[in-house]
Design a protein around this ligand. Structure first.
Ligand code: C5P
Length: 287
């Protein structure tokens, strides 16, 4: 029986994000096309003798207690499978920006579910891990698959799609973080004016046409930004588009903003001014 395993926890971007009606459970129904990226955290699970779950990380400032999504994932796995997980250390090697709209915490939780499935020899199918993951967070079911998918319901309906054609993606996190529940609360008070064209993005994916995908990307959370926040996000988008991006958008509930490039040189060029202004700028590709 294996005692240790390292799993990748990929970041994601939203190519489209529509928020539909508010549900009776307080959540919202969504329709979102998500694409996983090569940028990832690495989660190492090691079984230990005693019964404790100890979480460590290379990054200061993330909670290492029960509130961390990785600890919640262990609890959900044990409860839903009835397996005694026993002692475990979980090391999170963090590279994905935190509270950034890139599903870092959800992806870490999904990696724990995949890792435990191997270590505990439970043989769960992905759909079952996704079902368990839903009790940890709405993006966790998607992150169990980590590919390109359309996500519906409150996050539990994941239908896989052909991934984006090869391209370069520049990510830039502005110097502020946004709280997802707060962004939803603010959205409830707004009359949204723009609705992303999800069907067109689906067509772009089906035809592997990056221009169609880039042209129709959209995220309703951009409308929820304050004027100051929007100024920052628009500035990042402009820097990317000026350097040759074929599309730029904020991801998830923000604030990380990404640009899609067909040429590596243009992607790298866009990063120069962004790196002068922002600490967290990354070059990556779809998985
Ligand atoms: O499930 P997760 O912890 O990622 O969600 C964070 C918060 O975002 C929820 O507490 C809820 O306020 C909001 N949310 C929502 N509808 C969704 C997903 C999240 O209202 N489909």
């Amino acid at each position: 029986m294996k005692t240790t395993i390292t799993e990748r926890a990929n970041a994601k971007i939203n190519l489209t994000l529509e928020v539909l009606e508010k549900r009776s459970d307080g959540y919202h129904n969504l329709k979102s096309v998500m694409q996983s990226l090569q940028l990832c955290d690495e989660i190492t699970l090691t079984r230990t003798g005693d019964g404790e779950v100890i979480v460590t990380s290379n990054q200061n400032g993330i909670p290492l207690d029960k509130t961390n999504t990785v600890a919640a994932a262990v609890g959900a796995f044990a409860e839903k499978t009835g397996v005694t997980v026993g002692g475990l250390t979980i090391h999170i090697e963090k590279k994905i920006p935190v509270a950034a709209g890139l599903a870092g915490g959800s992806s870490d939780a999904a990696a724990v579910l995949r890792g435990l499935n191997v270590l505990c020899e439970t043989g769960l199918a992905p759909w079952k891990m996704a079902e368990i993951g839903m009790s940890v967070g709405s993006d966790v079911p998607y992150c169990v698959y980590s590919s390109c998918a359309i996500v519906e319901g409150k996050g539990e309906r994941v239908s896989q799609l052909p991934g984006m054609p090869p391209c370069w993606i520049v990510l830039c996190k502005p110097g502020f973080s946004l709280s997802t529940p707060e962004m939803y609360r603010k959205m409830d008070k707004l009359e949204l004016t723009v609705r992303p064209k999800t069907a067109n993005v689906l067509r772009g994916l089906r035809h592997q046409d990056l221009d169609v995908i880039a042209k129709h990307m959209g995220n309703v959370f951009e409308e929820v930004l304050t004027e100051e926040q929007r100024y920052v996000v628009d500035g990042i988008k402009k820097a990317m588009l000026d350097a040759g991006a074929i599309g730029a958008l904020m991801s998830g509930s923000g604030p990380t903003t990404y640009g899609i490039f067909t040429e590596l040189a243009a992607a790298e060029k866009s990063m120069e001014p962004l790196r002068q202004a922002y600490r967290e700028v990354f070059l990556t590709q779809p998985v």
